[in-house]
Write a protein that binds this ligand. Structure first.
Ligand code: HGY
Ligand code: MN
Ligand code: MN
Ligand code: MN
Length: 414
């Protein structure tokens, strides 16, 4: 790989391993990393990120929704900025690379540009976005949504499993919910957004490639369905007299799988809850989350429509009532062909083979595309594993991805 401005492999790997220690227990590696947004672990991870940014020589600030921003000022401070980054919050028992590689790799790339003495016209901002995952409050992309100007006001009323509202969590993180609109950026301010991220799938591994160029990103819809039946005695109630919310949930889970397979999308029920929750009590109430995704917005709409029909049918058959709440809806999107071409040029000049591929997971890129032209660099995931303690990306691949990011940033910011 012939790099004009070589990144420092050891330094990057050291930061990835150090960040990976925040929110993990060295005695229980099987539990992976847990840094739910605005939790103490997440705040420690942000602090660590700011320290690494400062050490790299970046100007560091935190915006009104907690996005951590490290800036390398260009020769023309009025030129629109090039933004790169990702997130350091994680899912429950996640891995060391999801989000982290996109933040720490971007810091290393910009640090290497500074050390090379290369002067760029456009400023570059490395951003660690607040609450990308949405695990704690059931939503997500909070930092990028606020930056783009599409954050829903009612976000701050959402509650986590301990009944803490988003507003309270903000205040505990020394952020004022009333100021969230101050984080918004204008189109004129921003030239482009590029995110490096682990693939979280198996395509690059199947093709023995370190990096890929993303063409399209699936859009997620998150729903919460609550069936209301009637708790009753497990022994004394005949089967034809039951209003069993637990069986309704089970039926709907199978319908999610069926409609996803039928339309070539993906559907997941990741969280379920039954009440009152006794061995000898027929479930009176059940709550389940549904995550639906597709690159094609019409087919995704068909999946949603069919599930609503299934829900009505289940309620009629089992004499239940239901509440369906939409928690997240982000359109699928295509990446900028111009940025994809720049990424491919970077791979070619570095003599790194690559391929184009679609993205199954959601990212802040899905939101940033509403503000500016967006591109994504994928880095190989071992066994395609992610949102799993065993998530892993080889050191060599992290370096190659970061070098491709560096070369592409130089093209965008010169
Ligand atoms: O849900 C996702 O796809 C991402 O990990 N936030
Ligand atoms: Mn994730
Ligand atoms: Mn991610
Ligand atoms: Mn320029």
């Amino acid at each position: 790989m012939i790099a004009t401005h070589q990144i420092n492999h050891q330094r990057l790997w050291k930061t990835l391993m150090e960040l990976g220690e925040i929110g993990s227990n060295p005695n229980r590696p099987e539990e992976g990393v847990t840094r739910l947004s605005l939790s103490l672990e997440d705040l420690k991870a942000r602090q660590y990120t700011m320290d690494v940014m400062r050490e790299a020589g970046l100007e560091v600030r935190v915006d009104s929704v907690g996005n951590v921003i490290g800036k390398l000022v260009g020769t023309d401070p009025l030129a629109p900025v090039v933004i790169t980054g990702s997130h350091v919050d994680t899912v429950i028992q996640g891995g060391k690379f999801d989000g982290a590689l996109g933040v720490l790799g971007a810091i290393e790339a910009v640090r290497s540009i500074i050390e090379s003495g290369l002067k760029l016209t456009h400023s570059i901002e490395v951003i660690s976005f607040t609450d990308e995952e949405g695990t704690r409050f059931g939503t997500g992309y909070i930092g990028s949504k606020a930056m783009v100007g599409c954050l829903e006001e009612d976000t701050f009323e959402l509650k986590d499993e301990n009944g803490i509202t988003y507003a309270e969590a903000f205040k505990q993180a020394h952020l004022d919910p009333a100021n969230y609109k101050l984080a918004q950026r204008s189109e004129e301010e921003v030239k482009a957004y590029i995110e490096m991220h682990i693939e979280q799938g198996r395509v690059l591994e199947d093709h023995q490639l370190s990096v890929g160029v993303v063409t399209d990103i699936q859009g997620p819809i998150w729903m919460e369905v609550q069936f209301q039946g009637h708790p009753d005695h497990a022994g004394a109630t005949p089967m034809n007299m039951r209003r069993d919310a637990g069986l309704a949930m089970a039926e709907l889970m199978i319908e999610v799988e069926k409609t996803a397979k039928k339309h070539g999308g993906v559907g997941t029920v990741g969280k379920v809850h039954i009440e009152p929750g006794g061995v000898n009590i027929i479930p009176g109430k059940s709550t389940l989350s549904i995550d639906l995704r597709h690159v094609n917005i019409e087919l995704r709409a068909n999946m949603v429509k069919e599930l609503h029909q299934s829900i009505s049918g289940i309620c009629e058959k089992r004499n239940l009532t239901v509440n369906v709440e939409l928690k997240k809806e982000v359109d699928p999107t295509s990446c900028s062909k111009e940025i994809a071409r720049l990424i491919e040029e970077s791979c070619a000049e570095l003599q790194v083979p690559t391929m184009k591929l679609q993205c199954g997971a959601g990212h802040d890129s899905l939101i940033m595309t509403k503000l500016t032209k967006m591109g994504m660099i994928f880095v190989r995931s071992i066994d395609g594993l992610s949102h799993n303690p065993k998530e892993w990306t080889e050191k060599e691949d992290c370096m190659i991805g970061t070098q491709v990011l560096l070369n592409t940033l130089v093209k965008l910011a010169k």
